[in-house]
Design a protein around this ligand. Structure first.
Ligand SMILES: CC(C)(COP(=O)(O)OP(=O)(O)OC[C@H]1O[C@@H](n2cnc3c(N)ncnc32)[C@H](O)[C@@H]1OP(=O)(O)O)[C@@H](O)C(=O)NCCC(=O)NCCS
Length: 179
């Protein structure tokens, strides 16, 4: 599990890590971000690091000695079938050698902090690969669907206003309440 030496901060506070994660995104999602793909990892990550702090916004996990571990984003929209819902937790990425140690969970908490700051009451996430992570973090399964010929699960979580992380926390938390 992640210990206290892992810090999650808004990506806009660490824009210097954008080129590093852009290279990682190309390796992780070559069909989308690689040569000939429709996406630009650099453009997406620069958008997640926007200095104004509005959507889209990102968070980055790093060690206390400055090594980058992972990144995740909060976006207004995700898959077209659910365009009536939002915002969405998306682009969750942890560098391969650090997976399975709680960094992804810490990034989700960071996104909840961002959602709280921006005044959202519910977050959504569509995933094929992180079902058990979302369940463990208290997200509720909302729907199952086929997207790009792959089965995906759509989850939601409420952002409530009672603190759980101590006096220095900003006062929001996720609850496991059904939507
Ligand atoms: C999904 C991801 C961000 C989770 O980060 P993480 O630090 O490994 O997450 P945690 O340690 O907090 O939780 C582990 C959970 O992540 C998910 N997971 C997905 N791929 C995984 C992998 N290769 N290794 C470990 N966990 C993985 C599982 O749900 C796992 O739960 P389990 O332990 O019950 O099987 C990370 O594995 C990753 O970057 N995967 C590749 C990119 C991706 O699929 N992103 C998801 C987009 S929705």
């Amino acid at each position: 599990m992640v210990d206290g030496s892992v810090l999650v901060v808004p990506l806009r506070e660490r824009p210097e890590c954008v080129p590093f994660f852009a290279r990682q995104f190309v390796l992780e999602w070559p069909a989308w971000y690689g040569p000939g793909g429709q996406g630009s990892a650099l453009a997406d990550l620069n958008a997640f690091a926007n200095a104004a702090g509005d959507l889209p916004t990102g968070v980055v996990a790093r060690t206390s000695d400055g090594a980058y571990l992972g990144v995740a984003a909060l976006k207004a929209a995700s898959i077209p079938e659910y365009s009536h819902l939002g915002p969405w937790a998306a682009a969750g990425y942890v560098i391969p050698g650090h997976r399975g140690q709680g960094v992804g969970a810490a990034l989700l908490d960071g996104l909840l902090d961002e959602a709280c700051r921006l005044g959202f009451s519910t977050l959504y996430c569509a995933t094929a690969s992180a079902v058990s992570l979302l369940r463990r973090q208290g997200w509720q399964l909302l729907d199952s669907a086929i997207h790009d010929n792959k089965p995906i699960s759509v989850f939601s979580i409420k952002v409530a206003t009672r603190g759980r992380r101590g006096a220095d926390w900003r006062g929001c938390q996720a609850t496991g309440e059904p939507q």
